[in-house]
Design a protein around this ligand. Structure first.
Ligand SMILES: *Cc1c(COP(=O)(O)O)cnc(C)c1O
Length: 412
């Protein structure tokens, strides 16, 4: 009997992460999905094939990855792309000149750049709105609004959008809600379950998790929408290559394990940062002092490893960035290794300075992607990197920090 894993029958996230979309290879029974490095498929006769004709349209390695991510997002159809941006660009091809799109004002810099510098010239119009307040989203709706795009938590300011509330606004307007779920991953947040129509990822980040490929993936439930995306996927052709799909498929097998550790490390490091610079300067959705912490608890099941911290000046940011030894100074996020960056000069350099200032994305803002190393080593690294930071009147540790310190065994 051929063992066929039926993702619809298995509720456990970890089991789905390891098995969904995959079956033993029919030739030899290989448990791992082969990398189908092929451009075309031999046809048995004119008009007769095994469902595969040309590899832009379909590739078995890519299909396994797409089914896997679709199962993790609790959707029905997945589409893997060559990058997160390629994915979003293809999603936007669902729309046409004259259509209006409401976009969260704090999004990944490349998302803003794609809309502002490219798609605008094709007749799409965009309103950039503070989507933390659903009323502002409702107020921005026009008769031409066809989509609302939210990134939650947002990069790098950790702002949240109430997915269920904004899905409602979108649907009343006859528009689609598109959610960039890159920061949370489906382990902590599943936007389709909250009413979103399209969820997408830069799979470069947490889904792959090992910083060794670039990719994107979109997931939907609706069959009609899937058919339109499938058409664009093949017709526009920004598809994921089989090797990248294979790497990312290997990555998702440990997504649940990695996310738990990212989350545990994120919480510890956020606490350390609060003691060091004050809670008002630490943007972490897991902190009870985060203004949207309640919403985070409502629509997510964990908080992850992304933290931003306001250090006040570029000089102070440069001090820390120049001294870290375990954290690596680099763009990107979501890998097993910890990274640190200055969004204003790196990931968000494409956002004009006045816009950055209006958002609160300052030159002193530093973003940490907490990896899954031993948290004691990460804390020690930050401790030595903050040493001698210019202009610091070192804060007295708060009583809670002091009692925590004494309770911690050495080496944690
Ligand atoms: C990195 C990133 C993207 C872009 O994805 P690429 O794979 O780099 O093209 C989009 N959204 C978010 C939130 C990201 O972090």
């Amino acid at each position: 009997m051929t063992r066929v894993f039926d993702e619809d029958l298995v509720p456990g996230f970890g089991t789905r992460a390891i098995h969904a979309g995959q079956r033993p290879d029919p030739l030899a029974g290989a448990i791992m999905t082969p990398v189908y490095l092929t451009s075309t498929y031999v046809q048995e006769g004119l008009g007769q094939n095994k469902g595969y004709e040309y590899a832009r349209g379909k590739n078995p390695t890519r299909e396994a990855f797409e089914r896997n991510v679709a199962a993790l997002e609790n959707g029905r159809h997945g589409f893997a792309f060559a990058s997160g941006m390629g994915c979003l660009d293809s999603i936007m091809k669902l729309f046409r000149a004259g259509d209006h799109v409401i976009c969260a004002e704090n999004v990944y810099g490349g998302t803003f750049r794609l809309f502002d510098k490219i798609l605008q010239h094709f007749g799409l119009s965009f309103s950039f709105v503070d989507t933390r307040d659903p009323q502002r989203v409702a107020d921005a709706v026009t008769p031409k609004t066809r989509a609302i795009l939210a990134e939650t938590p947002s990069n790098p300011l950790m702002r949240l959008t109430d997915i269920a509330a904004v899905a409602d606004i979108a649907h009343r307007a006859g528009a689609l809600l598109i959610v960039d779920n890159t920061f949370a991953s489906p382990y902590f947040q599943r936007p389709l379950e909250l009413g979103a129509d399209i969820v997408y990822h830069s799979t470069t980040k947490y889904l792959n998790g090992h910083s060794d490929m670039i990719g994107g993936c979109a997931v939907v439930r609706d069959d009609g929408l899937a058919e339109r995306l499938q058409f664009i996927h093949n017709a526009a052709g920004a598809v994921a290559g089989p090797f990248d799909a294979w790497l990312a498929l290997r990555g998702t097998k440990t997504l649940h394990l990695r996310m738990r550790q990212h989350d545990a490390n994120g919480r510890e490091i956020a606490k350390w940062l609060v003691d060091r610079v004050g809670h008002e300067n630490v943007y972490y959705i897991g902190l009870p002092t985060h203004p949207q912490h309640e919403l985070a608890r409502r629509q997510m099941t964990g908080f992850g490893g992304m933290i931003s911290v306001e250090l006040g000046t570029r000089e102070r940011a440069a001090h820390v960035l120049g001294r870290v030894r375990v954290f690596a100074l680099a763009e990107s996020l979501g890998g097993v290794e910890s990274l640190i960056s200055q969004p204003a000069g790196m990931t968000h350099a494409s956002v004009p300075p006045d816009r950055r200032a209006a958002l609160g994305l300052s030159d002193g803002l530093v973003r940490l992607s907490c990896g899954v190393e031993d948290v004691g080593d990460l804390l020690a690294d930050l401790d030595q990197a903050f040493e001698g930071i210019p202009g610091e009147a070192r804060r007295e540790p708060t009583p809670s920090a002091r009692s925590r310190d004494t309770k911690q065994p050495a080496g944690t």
